[in-house]
Design a protein around this ligand. Structure first.
Ligand code: NAD
Length: 343
């Protein structure tokens, strides 16, 4: 464990929508944190967040440039939609460690620029793939080191997200050119977990379907469903799927990993684990309901103690997951298998 570098971590938020507020709820419980600045292009959201979660004298901004220029920060949270990134470059310029929500970006060129700047400055970063912090995931990761994965299946099957006029996500989630589609925006969690547990992916081949999602609102232009077959460097094969058109229920979130002597079945948002091992009793490990708190505390400890070992997904790592889902999008369009890394 490193020496305590900071008694209090002064945080600024960029993006005060759904997930931003969720992190704020957890962070205000942490005695080592002060939420000192809030930025959102919709200033009313920054104001509402500051009133609810801000420390005394907290300030609000419409532009991230102004926040970084005017407030001394120890860390930043970047919680904006996939098409709206770029504030990372400001954080890097000001030497401010940052947490960024998944997927790290929609544009590969910008994400690569951010990654090289992070590397150059050796800046501490964390990406919001919170499932990596689950105990069940850690157990399976350890077992798969000596019993390599062979077949990986998983994804997200749901109906069309329920309309709520207050939810800012409605401006972008259902637009392909803003969210990147369901595979890039949601199944990114499953792809990331598969990478974390089973190693790198080197080839991707995807198929998708559109036009069946009756009752979708007019802004909807993402795929109704997709399947994405992948090959892993360690020779395992996998298939991931996405559907936001299965409106009669019965779907859900799953990740199943089959090795020669191990079967690991993760189900639901909490990734409850049912683990089977040859000649052993099955083991159940429930997923942690407070996973955002665990993930946020790991980032805050890493910043306070200047100890990057607490962080389970760095920006570079998150970028590799993004490459897989972007490759899937390219494959959906071209119908061809795509090799990684992308050019
Ligand atoms: N880890 C998870 O489980 C999880 C859950 C939900 C969302 N997310 C991810 O978090 C990101 C944000 O999702 P959300 O649900 O909070 O979206 P949201 O639409 O509810 O909130 C995004 C906020 O960012 C603001 N914003 C947009 N561009 C901005 C900019 N340039 N500068 C400052 N503010 C800006 C918007 O006005 C909005 O208030 C997405 O990438 C999403 O995939 C992750």
């Amino acid at each position: 464990m490193g020496l305590i570098r900071l008694e209090r971590v002064r945080i600024g938020f960029i993006g005060c929508g759904g997930i931003g507020l969720r992190h704020m709820e957890e962070l205000v419980k942490n005695p080592y944190v002060s939420l000192v600045a809030f930025c959102d292009i919709e200033l009313s959201r920054a104001r509402a967040a500051a009133e609810r979660f801000g420390s005394e004298g907290a300030s609000i901004f419409e532009r991230a440039e102004d926040m970084f220029d005017r407030v001394e920060l120890d860390a930043a949270y970047i919680c904006v939609p996939p098409y709206a990134h770029g504030a990372e470059l400001l954080a890097i310029e000001h030497d401010v460690p940052f947490f960024v929500e998944k997927p790290v970006n929609l544009y590969l060129e910008q994400a690569r620029k951010i990654a090289s700047a992070v590397e150059r400055k050796k800046l501490l970063t964390s990406v919001g793939y919170m499932n990596r912090y689950r105990r069940g995931v850690q157990i399976v990761r350890e077992i798969l080191r000596s019993d390599p994965p062979i077949l990986i299946l998983g994804g997200w099957i749901s109906g069309i997200p329920k309309f709520s006029p207050e939810a800012p996500i409605w401006g972008w989630l259902l637009r392909k050119e803003r969210s990147g589609g369901q595979f890039h925006e949601q199944v990114t969690h499953t792809v990331d977990l598969a990478r974390f547990l089973c190693g790198e992916i080197w080839e991707v081949h995807a198929y998708s379907v559109r036009g069946f999602n009756r009752d979708a609102p007019p802004e909807y232009n993402i795929e109704d469903a997709s399947v994405v077959n992948v090959k892993f460097v360690g020779s395992a094969v996998g298939s991931f799927w996405a559907s936001c058109s299965s409106n009669a229920n019965g779907g859900g979130i799953t990740l199943s990993i089959y090795a020669n002597r191990t079967t690991a079945l993760f189900t639901g948002w909490e990734h409850n684990l049912r683990l089977f091992r040859l000649n052993m009793e099955p083991l159940d490990v429930p997923g942690e309901p407070n996973i955002f708190e665990i993930e946020d505390n790991a980032f805050i400890d890493a910043v306070r103690l200047n100890d990057p070992s607490k962080i389970l997904c760095t920006y570079m790592d998150g970028l590799k997951t993004m490459e897989v889902t972007i490759a899937a999008n390219i494959s959906m369009e071209t119908g061809k298998p795509i090799r990684l890394p992308l050019p």
